[in-house]
Design a protein. Sequence first.
Length: 703
Amino acid sequence: MDYQELNLKKGDLLTAAHIEEGIDTVTAEVAKIKSAKIVLRNDTIANWEGSTLILAKGEPAIGFDEEGAAKLKIGDGKSTWSQLPYVISKAEGGDVVIPEDIQEQMDALNALVNSFDTRIQNAEADVGAAVLTAEAAEAGVEVLRQEMTAFSEAQSAAQAEIKDIVDSNAAIVEEMSNVVEAISAIQLEQEAKIDTANNRVDILVSNFTDNAEFDNAELVDIRAGYDGKTYESAGAAVRQIGYDLNELSQNLVNALGKEIPDGLAYEGTKLYLTANGEQVGDAVTVVGGSGGGGSLNQTYTMTLLNLLDSRAITITGDDECVLEFSYHSIDDDGFNDGDGIGYIYVNNSLVSTLSVPQGDNSFNITSHLSKGENSVKIQIENSEGSKKTLTYTVNVLVLSVTTTAPKMSLYSGQVSLPYTVTGAGSKTVHFVMDGREIATDTVATSGNSRVVVIPPQVDGAHILQIYAEVANGLLDTIKSNVLEVGMLYHSSTTTTQAILLMNYEGPEKVEEGATIVFPYMVYDPFLQTTDIKLNIYTEEGELYSSAPLQVDQSPKEWVTQDYPAGNIKFEIVCKDTTISQIIKVEPTIFNRAIITDSCVLDFSARGRSNNEANPEHWEYNGITAEFDGFGWANVDGWMDTKNGQTLRFLPGDTMKINYKPFETDFRVSGYTIEAEFETHNVRDYDSIIIDSFNAGRGLRIKS
């Protein structure tokens, strides 16, 4: 019922007559509801099964069978009667069977009907109360009219207050204008003071002599160099003279191969030239008398000479600094007094004491140097306690290249590669792909990240080298470290396998048994995991070992300590693709051959991988192992580590080898058990790592 049914127009005032009319209407509607009957859709089951009618979602329907028993189905909005399940059934003369969920819905429906009756009764009471409320509403309208009048009066008062605020703001704006004018006056005053100061400077300059024009002319004349070049100021001209003198001095040092002498020194009968207090040349014997006889005291003449081109040395952080010098302590008959005692100081701190033999010597100072300028002093004392000193200035330049790109990765198309150069000066960065320079970049800043665009490369493995160079003087060039980035290119047309094997970064000669690490990566365009072989060949070309593996496309490391001596070839094979490197291996003095005589058990992780079809299978001479708790992922199981291939256990991982070494008494014949293992991050030092017991005898190793 709305206001149209009460013959009202929108905006009309509701009166008591209208309320009475509404009561009659509501009473008639309630009577209709009470007399209404609800009849569900029903038919015989035979008719229903032949019907194509689709019941609406939630719509109930009853079917009667031939015996008159009623069965209920509820529609789902997409199925016919024959496609829907029965939810309620009642056999002839039997009880009604209702599922629990349907019963709950029916109980809720009954509760809703009961609440509807209650709401009707409440509505009848509310209608009666509405008659009384309508009369009060008429009085309320009058009160509302009075309140509107009061609001209009208040609005007028508020407008007056707003006008007062506007007038007040006008006064504030005027005050701000006064402040601006005051600031302008202060600025003019300061400008006047500056002009006064300038005038005073002009007066001061003109008072250098009695002739101001002469003084100004002298200042201008100083700016002119001997070659006619005019410098920006008198100070710049004077400083250039100092630069020229310093360069001339350095050129003389380079030409003479020694420092320019600036003094003399006299020891015993020897006189020699010095530079900065140090001997720079051979001594001269001074012949003299003592009034009737010579001295019987034996004296030694010391010489300590620098053998390098200069005592001002500049290196990069990756270079070595080896000081070379000559030491002699000889008497007049040409005999020396043996080794001297050497003291090495770096930045006024004693870093080493050593025995210095007569003749040429060298000392590697690299490990004692800091970044930047270092003062290095070599002081040698002979048997008489006399001392000689050499000083060097070693400047360690920081020139390095880094990148956040992975060491090895898959690439396709054009690549934007980030890199950072650290070091002073204007640096030239070189980008060399497979031995051919493909780009350069000039960088003046230090420590800022930059990007180089690498053009698309042909499918397959490539190695990009990145390094920087900076000029050091006219002839020398300082080179940074060399970065290597492995780039394995592929595309939608790639059909062959590719192997990326990074350059070996260890020493040129390797001693047999040392750990060798080869970073590598394998790509198969058709498989996520593929079979490879890690082969090692002797210098004669014979196969020393071959380890089959299953690998995915992520970067890997081939870590091995098992290889012979000679020029050894390390080879990776994937189907028809092969790549290798040859390493010079020096023989070791130790016998590394594995003793296999009477060996009953040899557990090894060589050649094993978590990518195998069945990594949990292990067997040796019929002996098997049982594994429990292993995830066989990237954190436990068969792993490549810096010490070679190994089986890694995490907390909860266990392995049981089905062999009982203590089942028999071997005290007469003897027994050898060898186990190689290591532990990390141990918290419980009583935890058992290896345990093998039989009848009270056995072996137990704790962490």
